[in-house]
Design a protein around this ligand. Sequence first.
Ligand code: HEM
Length: 333
Amino acid sequence: MQLVRRAASRTLNYADTLPNCLRAAFHDAAERDVGKDAGGANGSLMQELDDPFTYPDNLGVAICHSYMKVFVPDMRSQGCPNLTFADAIQWVGGVAVEMAGGPAVPLLPGRRDCGCFDNSTVLPDECSTLEELAHFWGQRGFAEPVKAAVVLNGGHNLGNVRSTVPHNTASGTGFGGAGPNCIGAPGPMTAQPNLFDSQYYNELYTFTGRAGYLFSDRALVTPSNITATDLVKLYMNDKEAFFNDWTNFIQEMSLIGVDPKPAKFGVHDGFLPGGPIGRVPPMTPEEGNGYAGTGANYTGAIVVPRQPLLSEEQGSRLANTTGAQAAGAQTAG
Ligand code: HEM
């Protein structure tokens, strides 16, 4: 695991691969079809992005997919012959947070590659309300689903809205465009999208900077939900409190749908048998790696080859939704 962590810390590109791989960890783990008891952190992202037109909700993590296609085979030939994509996706997401100044979280090994396709349409969209986000995490086993929504949305300390599924003004669908519920434009998630700290909560609460750009982010400070708003306030003033909660919740997220028996671990086992994981080196400015100090570092939308037109049925769940939400958003986080 340490080999993998160190190799990732040398090869992640700050502006693009790094935040994209945190998002990939979320997508791979959270794509769980509760009704069918299927999916979770199982490497299915690799198949889904080999067939991107059937699974457009994952287009946004195409950068990490390309990275993993090289990284995992490389690591297998360099001393980690049994490395699964499922473990690598979660570990590299963890390394990304660490390199950006976040906590070093011990993410346990043992995830198996399913070689399958999960249902990517189960992911929440950018117009989700707090109730919808909490419902989503509750379905995935979190005992405190509102808190899970607040803590895990903290992933938006990093990265960019890339508008991967381009906004369609006529239908109001897609990322990064004005719709009845979701407004804005592509760009960095926060004023400091290269730093993992509690800036996101600060911007969210004060409505300054970029956080709160997605409706699903703003939903955390819904006046009617005091618990969520109080947590936002707590994290904005107390980075360590956020880091502690992030450590617990991201461990749990990384194990969604994973059978703990073969892996012989529990969610809160803490450090690996080998002891504390140690930190990978923080990101340092180097020419070409996309690092631009603490400033905004948006490098543009991902260029993904796509079919001339994604039909609404392929590209969205719009057809299955109703009311105001249907008018506003298309696809998943
Ligand atoms: C659960 C509700 C969530 C929603 C609705 C959501 C939505 C989104 C959207 C719309 C984008 C921009 C996509 C694009 O323009 O291509 C995005 C990016 C991102 N999300 Fe989320 N997200 C959610 C949860 C999470 C979680 C739990 C994490 C991590 C733990 C996360 C990490 C990220 C990161 C790092 C990016 C930036 C990626 C990049 O720069 O390439 N998100 N999310």
